[in-house]
Ligand binder design. Structure first.
Ligand code: GLP
Length: 260
């Protein structure tokens, strides 16, 4: 696991966007796993800027999003599909038919979730998966207790997540109780993961995920089992990490190797 600590959220967003952009240019038919929430917004803005500057072409890229609220359609401003259209897809040249966000209005969820998994495999698997983290250490909507081998499925949201996300819904009572989410097992099969977190309210989850034990109680800790994970955080989110000086030494080694 490579841990990169930047000064603030803006610097961390630029760094994460550069890592994504550098990966994208190595393979035109890249399969990009995307995330929602407030954390990726600065990254999406930076990617749009690179696209507008002619440095990023998404015309052969396929995307898969991690999750969606059950019951919300694409026209609902709180749906993750709507969020992705507004924050990224409408501003880049990714073909609409190449963008995949789980359908919160699927009729037969069990079959639909299997189809979503199959679609990822048929696309060749996810090359890079962008991930945020919940305050309870969840990735996607894999709440504490989710199996570390779980696949795309329905998940009941915890009261903590419902409370955290109610800021978008104008009240706790409006937040859906269920979501479709890629599983931890699905995420562990991606070729590369990029975990991002900003702010002190994520510091506890980040320290548990990176330096704590691997446990289903903190599903982001399962990333310790993944062979290629980069974590990009700001100083506030890294506040409780114990091995910060070592992470800085590793970054210095990377800089030296890259300058040679
Ligand atoms: C939701 C999403 C997660 C996201 C988390 C944190 O629970 N399903 O993918 O990481 O929110 O969101 P934010 O970035 O707004 O803190």
């Amino acid at each position: 696991m490579r841990v990169i600590i930047e000064k603030d959220a803006q610097a961390a967003s630029e760094r994460a966007a550069k890592l994504i952009a550098d990966s994208l240019v190595t393979k035109p038919d890249f399969v990009l796993g995307l995330a929602t929430g407030s954390t990726p917004l600065g990254i999406y803005e930076a990617l749009i800027r690179k696209h507008n500057d002619g440095k990023l072409d998404f015309s052969n890229v396929t995307s898969f999003n991690l999750d969606e609220y059950v019951g919300l359609g694409p026209a609902d401003p709180n749906s993750y599909r709507y969020f992705m259209q507004e924050s990224l897809f409408n501003h880049i040249n990714i073909p609409p038919e190449n963008t995949n966000v789980p359908d919160g209005r699927a009729l037969d969820f069990a079959t639909y979730c299997q189809q979503y998994e199959r679609k990822i495999v048929e696309a060749g698997g996810i090359d890079l998966q962008l991930l945020g983290i919940g305050r309870d250490g969840h990735i996607a909507f894999n709440e504490p207790g989710s199996s570390l081998g779980s696949r795309t499925r329905l998940k009941t949201l915890t009261s903590e997540t419902i409370r955290d996300n109610s800021r978008f819904f104008g009240g706790i009572e409006n937040v859906p109780r269920l979501a479709i989410t890629m599983g931890v097992g699905t995420i562990l099969e991606t070729r590369k993961c990029l975990l991002v977190a900003f702010g002190e309210n994520k510091a506890h989850a980040i320290s548990q995920a990176i330096e704590g034990a691997v446990t289903a109680q903190v599903t982001a800790s399962a990333l310790q089992l993944h062979p290629d994970v980069t974590v990009v955080i700001d100083e506030d989110a890294g506040r409780h990490l114990k091995r910060k000086s070592y992470y800085a030494e590793v970054e210095e080694s990377h800089r030296l190797l890259e300058s040679n």
